[in-house]
Design a protein around this ligand. Sequence first.
Ligand SMILES: Cc1cc2nc3c(=O)[nH]c(=O)nc-3n(C[C@H](O)[C@H](O)[C@H](O)COP(=O)(O)OP(=O)(O)OC[C@H]3O[C@@H](n4cnc5c(N)ncnc54)[C@H](O)[C@@H]3O)c2cc1C
Length: 467
Amino acid sequence: MTDPLLAGDPLLTVLREIVGHRHVLTDPGTRRAYEVDWTGRFQGQARAVVRPGSTDEVAAVLRACRAAGAPVVPQGGNTGLVGGGVPLHGEILLSLRRLDGLDDVDRAAGQVTVGAGATLAAVQAHAAAAGWAFGVDLGARDSATIGGMVATNAGGTRLLRYGPMRHQVLGLEAVLSDGRVLRRLSGLLKDNTGYDLAGLVTGSEGTLAVVTRVRLRLVAPRPRRAVAVLGLASVERAVEIATALRVDLDALEAVEAFFDDGLDLVVERLGLSPPLRCAHPVYLLVECAEPQAGPDPLDALVAALAPLGLGDDDVAAGLDPAGRARLWRLREGHTEAINALGGEIGAPHKLDVTLPAARLAEFTTRVREVVAAIAPDARTFLFGHLADGNVHVNVVGLAPEDERVDDAVLRLVVSLGGSISAEHGIGTAKARWLALDRSEAELATFAAIREALDPTGVLNPSVLVWA
Ligand SMILES: Cc1cc2nc3c(=O)[nH]c(=O)nc-3n(C[C@H](O)[C@H](O)[C@H](O)COP(=O)(O)OP(=O)(O)OC[C@H]3O[C@@H](n4cnc5c(N)ncnc54)[C@H](O)[C@@H]3O)c2cc1C
């Protein structure tokens, strides 16, 4: 059923002519999945959900919206965690999911061009079928799109070896708010011909241009894998071990951390078994990987762990695919388990931050104290990509609009020399704190770039706004 209030909307008539009647969604029930974020904390109403099927249609939609003065929120898989991809103020929701084409893998170059709406899992499978691999992985792989991952400069669990999304982007096609198309998809590795526009759009969270296609770097596959979960007494010890493994273990691909309270929640909510016989305050998940013709990564992992003084009760190894998946589920299941708890006592406030390695241990202690002082009944869960200094602080049991904890935690992060956003971006959730982390000169430069590319403020007007 079409919302009667929208039936006579002249902009929607134009948009229907561009993308076809069935790709302009106005029925409140059909719109709903596009209007609420993954955590349930951020929600609003779209003027309409528009689903273009080509770059030309994206360009025409943006031209029409700009002419009508209608703001637009681009959206991919809607797995973002900072409220940047949902329409909070009646915007047009531009869903890019139909742009999910996958060109043939360029086997000689080890590159592929894909549509912005292709999911990460589809790109991973496509690369694997051609004998290559994709360097970024994250828990939301079945829904997160390449366009959204470029827009947020997603990090994930392999950043240690391959870097963030930015390092995989060799070129892109993106549409400016006036409908002009920036296109550079040749994938040339050496191309010093002026400003790096793909680099500028990457991480811009849908505020500068709408990404429609991306040229991606692929990496050599490393199918021989070994995973271990280590039970440890403290964060200091976890940081020490992560450092030792980075120095000694060439095959190292991931070092993830979680804590006893988070593990208990995951085990209870997802019906899993704990990895070790005895509980430990902190856990590290370590993954090593080698090419098919390479040595067994387990040998290298065992050799690297040997001098670290861990007992049999402190290590669980995953050798076959099922065993490895079981251990990874304990780490990746955190987001899901915390969300499930949030459904009962209030959607989680998710604060994704980075700390210098030397301040990580201090942060994990102080952040719990800071939250407890403000909201004694709230529950705090910490986990993250330890080798990158990236901690996901999840506080459950707060009202969605109560930002006292967010404020105190982000100020603590900055006081310890960290960043208020490690990999999820600023979105709308952290916009008011951006000035804590960026200088006046930097913010003025941000504003000037935005003004140059989107002078009428059509694209994601509530995202990355700090004034
Ligand atoms: C279970 C789970 C695990 C996660 N793990 C990680 C992790 O390890 N690392 C990490 O970095 N993130 C992680 N995330 C967050 C999320 O998956 C990433 O931010 C991802 O990059 C978002 O992709 P998306 O397609 O869902 O984007 P959306 O959520 O749809 O959008 C995110 C932002 O990008 C903009 N955008 C989307 N598509 C486009 C486009 N085509 N052009 C321009 N702008 C666009 C939106 O406006 C919005 O600002 C996780 C999320 C979940 C739910």
